[in-house]
Design a protein around this ligand. Structure first.
Ligand SMILES: Nc1ncnc2c1ncn2[C@@H]1O[C@H](COP(=O)(O)OP(=O)(O)O)[C@@H](O)[C@H]1O
Ligand SMILES: [Mg+2]
Length: 232
């Protein structure tokens, strides 16, 4: 079967394949990542029906599974200056909250592990670290592990670099804390995001895109932006 390689990571390769006449994705895990494989498969078997954000399972093999392919119309990348659209952010938080309500944390929730499909639905395709709280569930979603990280003595699996948090993995690309997203009126969110974009995302983009001879100029521009647009 012909299969195009979509991505090759530390733990798995992703190929685009065909399954029953439709485009699909095959994720094949390397030896040693059986727990990650089991979690991905279990999540699709037990949670896809309840969570439209979790893709279903089409086939399962010894160390690989097949799931539908979704065209990503958002194509968000952390390397660019644009922010995650606010309507996506609200839906990401809603998804994380429903997972928390069910007693689960994604542990590896970041903007490059979700896509927006043609129908405008949110898809979280990377579920390798989805784990139950068991008896350590925090009382409040704002203290959930997907927002603040698990406790230091937690013994579950975490991605390289540790579990993701809102402050480290979303806020730089959203411009708001989770609490602000859940409580501020729309106009205030837009205002804070505009300040964040001009003081943080734009200078980062200038740094990346200006040629090296402009180094003095770009530092000055970046500094000016940060000073002018810092949130007071
Ligand atoms: N169901 C899918 N539909 C479309 N693209 C996908 C799908 N699953 C994965 N991908 C693509 O493959 C890449 C890697 O997938 P992911 O499951 O995040 O692997 P890894 O665990 O290596 O990060 C994603 O960034 C995405 O571009
Ligand atoms: Mg991933």
């Amino acid at each position: 079967m012909h299969a195009d390689l979509l991505s090759s990571g530390a733990r798995a390769d992703i190929h685009m394949v065909e399954c029953k006449g439709n485009r699909a994705v095959r994720k094949t895990f390397r030896v040693g990542y059986e727990r990650h494989f089991d979690r991905e498969v279990q999540a699709r078997i037990t949670m896809a029906e309840k969570f439209p954000e979790i893709p279903p399972l089409l086939e399962v093999h010894q160390r690989s599974f097949v799931t539908p392919y979704y065209e990503d119309i958002l194509k968000f990348s952390r390397g660019e200056s644009r922010l995650v659209p606010i309507w996506c952010v609200i839906r990401v938080l809603d998804f994380l909250e429903r997972l928390y309500d069910e007693g689960f944390a994604l542990i590896d929730a970041h903007p490059e592990n979700f896509l927006v499909n043609r129908e405008g639905g949110l898809i979280f395709y990377d579920l390798e670290f989805l784990q139950p709280y068991e008896d350590s569930k925090p009382d409040d979603f704002l203290n959930s592990w997907d927002l603040v990280g698990p406790p230091a003595d937690w013994l579950g699996d975490e991605p390289a670099g540790g579990a993701t948090t809102w402050a480290t993995h979303w806020q730089p690309y959203v411009g708001l804390s989770a609490e602000q997203c859940m409580s501020l009126p729309g106009w205030k969110m837009r205002y804070y995001r505009m300040l964040h974009w001009t003081s943080s995302s734009l200078p980062r983009a200038i740094d990346r895109h200006l040629p090296p001879w402009g180094i003095q100029a770009k530092h000055k521009v970046g500094k000016l932006m940060r000073t002018l647009f810092r949130k007071r």
